[in-house]
Design a protein around this ligand. Structure first.
Ligand SMILES: Nc1nc2c(ncn2[C@@H]2O[C@H](COP(=O)(O)OP(=O)(O)OP(=O)(O)O)[C@@H](O)[C@H]2O)c(=O)[nH]1
Ligand SMILES: [Mg+2]
Length: 255
């Protein structure tokens, strides 16, 4: 991953958009990736305290991964999007659709009352192929028994918009340590756990993302030291995400 370069020479960085319910582990995933590349614990994307009901992330912030001891960054970036909160109404589904096409400026603060529109200072009227999202990743907590129908509906709508644009999609199942005792005991049991397998199948039918595009991950959360078993699953997921995004970005041409 350290040597990755986008196939399309016009693309500066593969843009990964993470979306999913509040507390699913979007920020923690970005932190986990950053930890691996820095070789130590980091907290760039600030994960929230457990059981935080309101979403903690509210800005359209792009996170870059710095190359160790340099001023340069790796050619992939992550946008950690606001949790799909339902209490405040129609949230950001429309904004997320705009983000997919590259219309949303960095640091835009989501407004649950109204969606972004042309003319707003945070609206990019003519997005470049670098502003666009190249791969969409849905993040779910493996312990949530049933995703709320409203959230599921929002997520479906976002995925449909991505599909219409041809943007590839993956799902990441987090909190797998808390989902199964065998996995908590030893993360290497991840593909042996019948319980997790069933969970993944259930998710496949409810979110309609195929099993071979669904990746189990345990984010760094309570650890104070790096752990190679945690890294292995994060890197498996990251590799697939970047490959999918790179294939899509390779087909984009400057208009
Ligand atoms: N045990 C465990 N805890 C996790 C995992 N992933 C995230 N967490 C914890 O779950 C809580 C929520 O994680 P966040 O990364 O803040 O979730 P988020 O999706 O960014 O949430 P919002 O920004 O509020 O939408 C934090 O306390 C994390 O430490 C995981 O894989 N295993
Ligand atoms: Mg967050």
């Amino acid at each position: 991953m350290k040597n990755f370069q986008p196939k399309n020479k016009e693309i500066k960085a593969i843009r990964v958009l993470l979306h999913g319910p509040v507390g699913a582990g979007k920020s923690s995933f970005i932190n986990s990736v950053n930890n691996i590349f820095q070789g130590r614990m980091t907290h760039e994307a600030l994960a929230s305290f457990k059981n935080c009901e309101k979403t903690f992330t509210s800005k359209y912030t792009t996170y870059k991964i710095r190359k160790e001891d340099t001023e340069n960054f790796y050619p992939f970036v992550f946008t950690d999007i606001v949790g799909l909160e339902v209490k405040d109404g129609e949230v950001s589904v429309d904004d997320i659709k705009l983000a997919l096409k590259g219309h949303v400026k960095d640091d835009y603060k989501f407004n649950p009352k109204s969606s972004l529109s042309d003319g707003d200072p945070d609206y990019i009227s003519f997005p470049s192929i670098n502003d666009r999202v190249h791969v969409l990743v849905c993040i779910y907590d493996a312990n949530v028994l049933q995703i709320m129908p409203t959230i599921l509906q929002n997520m479906k709508e976002i995925r449909k918009a991505a599909s219409d644009l041809g943007i590839p999609q993956l799902a990441i199942l987090t909190h797998i340590d808390a989902a199964c005792g065998e996995i908590e005991r030893d993360l290497r049991n991840v593909y042996k756990s019948k319980h997790l397998k069933k969970k993944m199948k259930d998710f496949e039918s409810s979110v309609e993302i195929p099993l071979n595009c669904t990746l189990p991950v345990k984010n760094y959360s309570y650890e104070i030291e790096m752990d190679s078993d945690v890294d292995a699953l994060i890197l498996d997921a990251l590799k697939l995400i970047i490959d999918f995004g790179d294939d899509y970005a390779a087909k984009l041409r400057i208009p």
